[in-house]
Design a protein around this ligand. Structure first.
Ligand SMILES: NC(=O)c1ccc[n+]([C@@H]2O[C@H](COP(=O)([O-])OP(=O)(O)OC[C@H]3O[C@@H](n4cnc5c(N)ncnc54)[C@H](OP(=O)(O)O)[C@@H]3O)[C@@H](O)[C@H]2O)c1
Length: 328
């Protein structure tokens, strides 16, 4: 089958369109025919060798952690699903599994969610990683009604969902993004917008109840300068030293250091689907590419500046929804 794959660890230069053996559904697994998939920073972090010390990785290797499609094959022991069912979900590639930047992907049946009819495959392919990370990270902060939330990296994959979810939960949101994406941040509902190249958010007098660091590089110590006394700092980058610090901080400190990871329980899917169905959250697809154009898609996403998500449409077909223009 056709896949966009890496031949070894490295930069974009190690990636190419090629062929991988057909995936086989093992016990408790299904093979999904991928219709749409998206690109996340984890894809190029893995390609760069971030988790190369973990066993299991073999090359050539396709990345891609989220997808939407239809069930192609059921493995032994799988119940409750049928070939042809529309699904979306997560393919955990960190341990070397082949990912969803391919025509088909094998995943445990437990990693699937039935796709609501009203949710397009393109939108569904953006939800599992970025939206569920934003949802989970903000949930850890408790009731957001009337609270002030600073979202750092507010217009990227995670950030653009965080702004919309925080607004939907009644928060006042200050978005930190590049100047070029400031109009987009306002469209998302941000009450105030700061340019990270001009405004040093940590030198402001304002205090925030929540600092949601979608970019992930502000750091707890620095964020504390603008964090209210009982405020929460959330990062999606749970590196070991951050994890260790959070354990100590959350035991003894008044401000909380929280790690917001993807959480994909049925109730998480139900909540994000509800927010999307109500119109409170809108997955923003900046550009859509075919699998043949995946190299271009990666180059754009890695360059930065993308408002929202980049989708790779694996199964050619009618574009399901309008996507915004983005100069490349
Ligand atoms: N733990 C988890 O489960 C999990 C899940 C998802 C993501 N993550 C991690 O979360 C991070 C963000 O993911 P993403 O998908 O949102 O990435 P992304 O789409 O590339 O977005 C990154 C955002 O950060 C902004 N940014 C760049 N430099 C900045 C700076 N100096 N200050 C403030 N903002 C800055 C970018 O703005 P411009 O593009 O306008 O410059 C962009 O909006 C990544 O490190 C990713 O690996 C973790």
């Amino acid at each position: 089958m056709k896949a966009y794959l890496a031949d070894r660890y490295g930069g974009l230069e190690v990636m190419r369109l090629g062929e991988l053996p057909e995936p086989v559904a093992g016990k408790g697994e299904v093979v999904v025919a991928v219709i749409a998939t998206s690109i996340n920073p984890i894809d190029w972090k893995l390609r760069a060798g971030m988790l190369r010390f973990l066993p299991g990785a073999r090359f050539p290797r396709a990345f891609g952690t989220e997808f939407s499609g239809v069930i192609h094959e059921l493995g032994p022991g799988v119940q409750g699903w049928a070939v042809g069912d529309p699904v979306y979900g997560i393919s955990v590639t960190a341990l070397g599994r082949q990912g969803s930047h391919a025509e088909r992907v094998a995943v445990p049946a437990s990693a699937l969610r039935r796709k609501p009819e009203a949710l397009s495959h393109d939108d569904a392919a953006t939800l599992t990683v970025a939206a569920l990370t934003a949802l989970n990270g903000l949930r850890l902060c408790g009731d957001l009604a009337g609270k002030s939330v600073l979202v750092n990296g507010a217009t990227g994959g995670v950030g653009h969902f965080a702004v919309q979810i925080a607004k939907a939960k009644g928060a006042r949101v200050t978005a930190v993004c590049s100047a070029a994406n400031a109009p987009f941040a306002r469209e998302l509902g941000a009450d105030a917008v700061l340019d990270y190249r001009v405004d040093d958010v940590t030198k402001r007098d304002d205090k925030f109840d929540v600092v949601f660091d979608a970019h992930g590089h502000l750091g707890f110590g620095v964020a504390c300068r603008v964090l209210a006394t009982r405020g929460c700092y959330v990062t999606p980058l749970g590196e070991p030293r951050v994890l260790l610090r959070s354990l100590v901080q959350n035991l003894f400190g008044r401000r909380k250091l929280l790690i917001g990871n993807v959480r994909s329980e049925p109730q998480d899917y139900a909540e994000i689907e509800g927010l999307v169905a109500s119109g409170a959250v809108h997955p923003h697809i900046a550009r859509e590419f075919s699998l043949d154009q995946a190299h271009e898609a990666f180059a754009l996403q890695e360059k930065g500046g993308v408002p929202g998500k980049v989708v790779v449409r694996v199964t050619p077909g009618r574009r399901e929804r309008r996507v915004s223009g983005l100069d490349t």
